[in-house]
Design a protein around this ligand. Structure first.
Ligand code: CIR
Length: 262
């Protein structure tokens, strides 16, 4: 994870209007997320804040980690490209690194892994060359990489995330469920379009308190929901998965996206 930047108020915004942002509140919510992840068994490695990189708290966008390798992205927003340098230094201790090169662009928020199947959103941030570069980086390890159309939202994982093995939570307005053959699909409550982003850690799902109806759907499926208030980071168009990169430091290919903690 990375601490909230003091310049967060100057973040990129694509689908949301700019609102006044309370930095202390954002930091408090971010700490609560750290504590929730620790309570679920994660060990937090915390990078220092980047004062000149407003969106750097959204560390998920900078790297795609699988058991075999860490693919350093080239974020679609030019203001975010410098975020990867410190992430590379931190990840080099855990994985061989593969950088994505220009003209490719790729945001980690566009990458959804369901076991050996990797889906990449063709969003405003990720281009065709980015999909190809990820395919080149991961294909050698047996992952399939499939481009997925997304519309109306920032990233693929704004529209769909995995909430249990083989089960995805999805907003059908933003992504077509048919592109995930074999997956069990749970739809968000229609009144909560932003609710498809959930962070799976083992058998639990860390989930924003802002979406109680969808949260109730998850509970009714027997999923353990850890509710968290991330309303201030949401004003910066950040969702719950964006604030961490979760991976295993132990065993080979884990059964969950990103690694052993999830
Ligand atoms: C951005 O527009 O890049 C940030 N304000 C929000 C990034 C959110 N990242 C994510 O959903 N993976």
């Amino acid at each position: 994870m990375r601490e909230v930047s003091p310049s967060l108020a100057r973040c990129e915004l694509t689908f949301l209007p700019r609102e006044a942002l309370d930095l202390d509140r954002a930091r408090t919510q971010h700490r609560a997320l750290e504590q929730a992840l620790e309570a679920l068994g994660c060990v937090i490695e915390r990078l220092p804040a980047e004062p000149d990189l407003p969106d750097s708290v959204f560390i998920e966008d900078t790297v795609v980690v699988v058991d075999e390798v860490a693919v350093l992205t080239r974020p679609g927003a030019p203001s975010r490209r410098a975020e990867t340098a410190s992430v590379a230094r931190a990840l080099a201790r855990h994985r061989p690194l593969v950088p994505i090169e220009a003209p490719a662009t790729l945001d980690g928020g566009d990458v959804l892994r369901l076991g050996p199947r990797v889906f990449v959103g063709r969003s405003t941030r990720t281009n065709e060359a980015g999909v190809e570069a990820l395919r080149a980086a991961l294909g050698a390890f047996g992952y399939s990489v499939t481009a997925v159309a997304v519309s109306g939202c920032l990233h693929l994982k704004s529209a769909v995330t995995e909430i249990a093995p083989g089960t995805v939570l999805l907003n059908p307005e933003w992504v077509d469920a048919a592109v995930f053959p074999g997956a069990t699909v749970v739809e968000v409550d229609p009144d909560e379009p932003f609710a498809a982003n959930a962070l799976r850690v083992g058998d639990a799902v860390v989930f924003p308190a802002a979406f109680p109806r969808t949260g109730e759907r998850l509970r009714s499926l027997g999923i353990r929901v850890v509710s968290i208030d991330l309303s201030e980071l949401a004003k910066a168009e950040g969702a719950v998965t964006c604030c961490s990169v979760v991976f295993s430091t132990g065993a080979k290919r884990s059964p969950v996206p990103g690694g052993g903690c999830r």
